[in-house]
Design a protein around this ligand. Structure first.
Ligand code: D5M
Ligand code: FE
Ligand code: ZN
Length: 573
């Protein structure tokens, strides 16, 4: 199973059983993946084909196949930027207007970011019956009402049980506009070399954001500068190591080579080294050592979001529900909460909620994690989508729905993930929903929402200090992605990345709202005026989550006022 998931496939339960019972399960899985081609769901058919065919003998080449967008060995570092003939990295890089220098600054301390200390207003509203606020776990994690201090106080919901009969039925939202969607534009065939192109594009665009702030000299040029010279460089982080005396060496790479940069432990910005992830883009300014072999760093710059960013707002009162991680098909799918949510959408109170944005993991999928099948309610992946479609039908038909896939969905696992296939769209066609890739930028009523499922959040949370990123405050992990202007900076870890000519994971334009899910925790706040929302889930605690003490925030719907960017969380548990 791991073999299949690591290659970006989901698999039917029967297929898993067949492959697991094969003489050499790993090879069998690999062969089944070949048979599945670009189907992304390995069916029992594929498994049988693999077991019957000569594919197993001799052992297939373990190199990635053209259908497999993931690298042969994810533990391998990011490809060398300079491996291919360097493109002209200096051309076409419009330096952004100089934002304020962000040297050594941690944006999350900015005044526009609330601390989630529980003192801020906790705007949670509970419609429906018998709902308790007290003791709500979300109360603690979502108390970070950073979404503005202007109005929007909690209102008590009406006591009547809403039913579909209360339908308001006069929504007529204009169509959202979608950008940065890989769907239908995928160029990657899975060759490792293609990653060089992806990283060159990443470098080109992220360094473009930094060029107004530093006077970049290529690594090659710095290598031949005399000792003692001042030098500035923009590069992707290639290595981070500490010296015997506790200082840090950050190796930066551009298209001409790499150069080591020394960050002294007593510098004010030294703690920022803890926030660094491999392969993110950084700029440094400093002075070369006497022998010219290392750069002593005086300042560090992240691509970041300008503090002056002014978000767009809708010019009428209209709202969007931001949800994710529905996990239909799981025994833990929170059916009652979902039904209450869907019912509430039919009430006059929800009249302004014209958009439903779903950030991935529509269904529980099959074979996503070991032993996951023991908790499946619906074992067939297509039946899961059929069941999901039934759940979606409960939502008012005049809402505009946008969906991206997540890691439990039946599309390729490697990011950027293309939108659901025609076959799956047909199953989920009831609402004429819009299907777009993960990530995508969806503009509703003038407000741009960067939708990203959020797999990289696990990594950001694992790598960064607790106060910068934690499951309790997932929005802070999102701030880091905004600061790095990339939704999944680190290559070769948990987050699978596909080689595309364009790095779709770069956050090119600053969004007004950043919407993720995946970690099943609710949290929101503002980072340099960008509202970051992680939207919880509709799945109660799974056995795995119990084993690692993850207490999911299920049955909550963050409702966003598109005209003010204020957030209200509605509880349906
Ligand atoms: O994952 C929901 C959250 O739980 C996310 O933070 C990953 C984590 N998770 C869940 N199951 C597992 C297993 N089996 N291994 C590691 N991490 C896990 P989602 O993928 O949205 O269900
Ligand atoms: Fe999920
Ligand atoms: Zn997920």
């Amino acid at each position: 199973m791991e073999e299949l998931t690591s290659r970006g496939y989901n698999a039917e339960r029967e297929a898993v059983t067949l492959l697991a019972n094969a003489g050499e399960p790993e090879l069998a899985a690999e062969a089944a993946a070949e048979a599945a081609g670009d189907a992304f769901v390995v069916t029992s058919e594929h498994a049988r084909e693999a077991l019957d065919s000569a594919l197993l003998d001799p052992a297939p080449d373990s190199e990635a196949t053209p259908d497999d967008p993931t690298p042969p060995d994810a533990s391998e570092g990011a490809p060398d930027l300079a491996e291919q003939a360097p493109t002209d990295m200096n051309a076409g890089n419009d330096p952004t207007p100089a934002d304020e220098l962000l040297t050594g600054e941690d944006g999350s301390d900015g005044p526009d970011v609330s601390t989630g200390d529980g003192e801020s207003e906790n705007r949670q509203i509970e419609p429906g019956r018998g709902v308790e606020t007290e003791g709500s776990h979300a109360g603690a994690s979502a108390g970070d009402a950073g979404a503005g201090d202007d109005g929007g106080t909690a209102a008590e919901a009406g006591g009547d049980s809403p039913t579909a009969a209360d339908a308001v039925g006069d929504r007529s939202p204009p169509a959202p506009e979608i950008r940065n969607d890989v769907t239908g534009r995928s160029t990657g065939t899975g060759e490792y070399d293609e990653f060089v192109g992806t990283f060159q594009d990443r470098y080109e665009r992220l360094s473009g954001l930094l060029r107004g702030r530093v006077n970049h000299r290529p690594a090659e040029a710095i290598q031949s500068m005399p000792g003692g010279s001042d030098a500035e460089m923009i590069g992707l982080v290639d290595d981070i190591r500490s010296t015997a005396s506790g200082h840090w060496i950050v190796e930066l790479e551009d298209t001409t080579g790499t150069f080591p940069c020394l960050i002294m432990k007593d510098r004010a910005f030294a703690p920022l080294v803890d926030d660094l992830l491999l392969d993110e883009c950084l700029a440094v300014q400093g002075t070369l050592a006497d022998d010219g072999g290392i750069l002593f760093v005086d300042s560090l710059h992240f691509p970041d979001v300008p503090r002056t960013h002014k978000p767009n707002t809708a010019d009428r009162h209209v709202q969007a529900a931001l949800i994710s991680d529905v996990h239909v098909g799981s025994q833990e799918f929170a059916q009652e909460a979902w039904d209450r949510f869907a019912d509430w959408l039919h009430t006059p109170e929800a009249e302004a909620v014209e958009y439903l944005l779903i950030g991935g993991d529509m269904v529980e999928g099959v074979g996503v994690y070991p032993d996951q099948d023991e908790e499946l309610d619906v074992v067939d992946i297509y039946e899961q989508y059929e069941t999901f479609a039934e759940e979606l039908k409960k939502v008012p038909g005049d809402m505009e729905i946008v969906m991206i896939p997540g890691n439990h969905d039946a599309v390729r696992l490697a990011e950027p993930q293309p939108a659901f296939t025609e076959e799956l769209r047909d199953i989920m066609s009831a609402h004429d929903a819009r299907f777009t890739g993960n990530p995508s930028t969806v503009t509703v009523e003038g407000v741009s929402v960067l939708m990203y499922h959020g797999v990289s959040l696990d990594e950001v949370i694992a790598e960064l200090p607790e106060e910068k990123a934690s499951y309790e405050e997932p929005h802070k992990a999102m701030y880091q992605l905004l600061k790095k202007r990339h939704v999944a900076p680190q290559y070769g870890g948990h987050t699978r990345v596909a080689p595309e000519e364009k790095d779709y994971l770069v956050i090119d334009e600053v969004p007004d709202v950043f919407h993720t899910g995946h970690v099943h925790k609710l949290g929101w706040g503002k980072y340099h005026n960008v509202l970051a929302v992680n939207s919880g889930c509709w799945q109660e605690q799974t056995a795995f989550q119990k084993s690692v003490n993850i207490d999911p925030d299920y049955g909550h719907a963050p409702i966003l006022d598109l005209d003010t960017l204020d957030m209200t969380v509605r509880k349906f548990v």
